[in-house]
Design a protein around this ligand. Structure first.
Ligand code: GDP
Length: 200
């Protein structure tokens, strides 16, 4: 997809606040600091549409972006910051699971993990929620520029084992810094959009 004019739509917590729109939604989930805002900005060729960094504790909203009136990108709240309280984690869980379970327009989840780290218990939980919701999904490992090729291979194996990914689930390795893997990821997103249009 060639992106021309992506726009921020609104931030929401509850279902009532979600945009009143039939556009299909591609949603992004991952731990705080995994590189989610950077990836959204990179996919959209924008520097600062999704806000980056240092919003710890303020990231519990779901942010919706309108991509050329074709689809919505949905930035789900980052989870698992060490400093957040249990009640805040509970609220995040509710915000995310509610979106996953009620939003009919959601047709593709993109789950991000950092290529340098073993998936956390929150990542495992997130992946379980995705499986339970039955939504189509893509697993993306971020910040590939920070590791050697050999390390990337080792860590992809660790990610695969920790999340217990089926053999046919591919991990897309990307870097927002040098754009490696970005075209392949867009092609994958596009292939789901095309399939969806053919099914309509
Ligand atoms: P978010 O909290 O998941 O939205 O993460 P951000 O996009 O704000 O990124 C967190 C930090 O990681 C920032 O300092 C980014 O500059 C950095 N970062 C994000 N993506 C990459 C990447 O692909 N490569 C490198 N080297 N740094 C990245």
């Amino acid at each position: 997809m060639i992106v021309r004019n992506p726009k921020f739509v609104l931030s929401a917590i509850s279902e009532k606040q979600y945009p009143d729109s039939n556009l299909l939604e591609v949603a992004f989930a991952g731990r705080s600091n995994v590189g989610k805002s950077s990836l959204i900005n990179t996919l959209l060729n924008r520097k600062n549409l999704a806000r980056k960094g240092s919003r710890q504790g303020m990231t519990r909203m779901i942010n919706f972006f309108n991509i050329d009136d074709e689809i919505h990108f949905v930035d789900l709240p980052g989870y698992g910051y060490a400093s957040v309280s249990k009640s805040e984690m509970n609220l995040w869980s509710k915000v995310i699971t509610n979106y996953l379970n009620v939003r009919q327009q959601l047709y593709l989840m993109i789950m991000l993990v950092d290529i340098r780290h073993k998936p956390s218990k929150e990542d495992i939980q997130m992946y379980k929620w995705i499986l339970e919701s039955g939504v189509q999904h893509i697993i993306v490992a971020t910040k590939s520029d920070k590791v050697s090729r050999a390390e990337a291979q080792r860590n992809m194996k660790l990610i695969r084992e920790t999340l217990v990914l089926p053999d046919d689930t591919k991990i897309y390795l990307v870097s927002s810094q040098n754009r490696n893997g970005i075209k392949e990821l867009w092609d994958a997103i596009d292939s789901y959009i095309v399939e969806e249009e053919e099914n309509e």
